[in-house]
Design a protein around this ligand. Structure first.
Ligand code: NAD
Ligand code: DAU
Length: 368
């Protein structure tokens, strides 16, 4: 039995991981530490009564230390971050503060509790990172392996690269038992509608333009979030300490293809279920038009990376990882989830979640 501290567990991947872990390891203790930024939502953890939720910041080293002590934490799974590239272009400071200083704060707390106090107990610090640290690939370049040199291009990816190096250094210098995974673009339930897939899906439902950056031919490797959670579980279970593992979905697709699949999936749902037209009267599909009519080419993202792709032989060969979902079935499951959880996405988008939180927990509430 393990006792996990999950940082960023109210965000997209963190919440999926918490649900996954509760289902597969029901006897483990779990504490979620999350600052509930715009991207963190307490409702994403609804129904997990046995969970300890702490509303707090990873930069509060002393609080993290006391959580490790008080809850006998032996495993930290670190998701908390500022994660959106566009926001890092508009305002990089928060990315440096959370992704670099915040990760360092966690490492200090872990070192202090697990090494300096001499408990000598087995422990693991698992850091969630991104394939973006490797930079951008040309059309014929081989996919990113764990040996690809770092070449981050955005403030976001540079801040994640900085955090990866700190994790590596705490292992090398102090002997902290660390692992890191660098994964590709996740999609699935609970993703905040600023990232490509949920944003475009919701814009199809609400009749808003689909803003395609540049020529729409940037390529990403799409990973269904539950496959990612399974990959993390394998690394926690059998990954070698001090190592990094790349996790991908094996689905390299240009944005225009992804967008066409989203539009087609929405049109199909409306054809099959006439009640959707009443729920979403502004959707083109409600008026017998194609969702693709919303496609709008806009100015490209600054420094926009052209292509990411993952060479996942290491995690496949060492740990037997294989993604279970292909893009078609993962996207279908995602579209169905968003259609069934309209309250969730409307609340997180219009900010009424904050009102709900204040009302239910009060402005000074820290622990739920
Ligand atoms: P997200 O933006 O959906 O969630 C981030 C969570 O971290 C939120 O709940 C937020 O409240 C919390 N948080 C932010 N700052 C905090 C702080 N200072 N203290 C405590 N909590 C804080 O992010 P995500 O998409 O779930 O990504 C999770 C991790 O995975 C990140 O480290 C990200 O870099 C990495 N990653 C994401 C993807 C992806 O496709 N989404 C791909 C590769 C790697
Ligand atoms: O590769 C992993 C990374 O994937 C993670 O580390 C990041 O946290 C995550 O945000 C994601 O980064 P991307 O920039 O690849 O994801 P995003 O969904 O923002 O964009 C995907 C592609 O779609 C990218 O080429 C930009 C394009 N795009 C995105 C948005 C939001 C558009 O064309 N229009 C849009 O409005």
């Amino acid at each position: 039995m393990a006792n996990l501290l999950v940082t960023g567990g109210a965000g997209f991947i963190g919440a999926n991981f918490v649900h996954y872990w509760r289902e597969h390891h029901p006897n483990d203790g779990m504490v979620v530490l999350d600052a509930l930024t715009y991207a963190g939502n307490r409702t994403s953890l609804a129904g997990l009564e046995s969970l300890r939720f702490v509303h707090g910041d990873i930069r509060a080293t002393e609080i993290v230390s006391s959580l490790i002590r008080d809850h006998d934490i032996d495993t930290i799974v670190h998701f908390a971050a500022e994660s959106h590239v566009d926001r890092s272009i508009d305002g990089p400071d928060a990315f440096i503060d959370t992704n670099i200083t915040g990760t360092h704060s966690l490492l200090k707390a872990a070192k202090s509790e697990w090494l300096d106090r001499g408990s000598g107990r087995p422990h693991r610090f698992h850091h969630i990172s991104t394939d973006e640290v490797y930079g951008s690939l040309g059309p014929d370049d081989p996919p990113f392996s764990e040996l690809t040199p770092y070449a981050p291009n955005s403030p976001y990816s540079a801040s994640k690269a900085g955090s990866d190096h700190l994790v590596r250094a705490y292992h090398h210098t102090f002997g902290l038992q660390t692992t890191t995974t660098n994964c590709s673009n996740n999609y699935g339930p609970y993703q905040f509608p600023e990232k490509l897939i949920p944003l475009f899906l919701i814009n199809c439902l609400t009749g808003k333009p689909l803003p395609i950056y540049g020529d729409g031919m940037n390529v990403r490797d799409w990973l269904y979030v539950k496959d990612h959670c399974r990959g993390i579980e394998l690394v926690l279970d059998r990954g070698q300490v001090g190592q990094t593992y790349n996790i991908g979905g094996g689905e390299e697709l240009p944005n225009l293809t992804v967008i066409d699949v989203i539009c087609a999936a929405v049109d199909e749902r409306f054809n099959a279920d006439p009640a959707l037209a009443a729920r979403f009267p502004d959707a083109p599909a409600a008026k017998g038009q194609a969702s693709s009519s919303l496609k709008t080419f806009v100015t490209d993202r600054l420094g926009h990376d052209r292509r990411y792709a993952i060479d996942e032989r290491k995690i496949q060969e060492e740990l037997g990882y294989r993604p279970a979902r292909d893009f078609k079935s993962g996207l279908a499951a995602t579209v169905d989830w968003y259609l069934a959880h309209e309250n969730w996405w409307r609340a997180v988008m219009d900010g009424s979640y904050r009102v709900w939180l204040e009302r239910n927990y009060g402005s000074r509430a820290t622990v739920g």
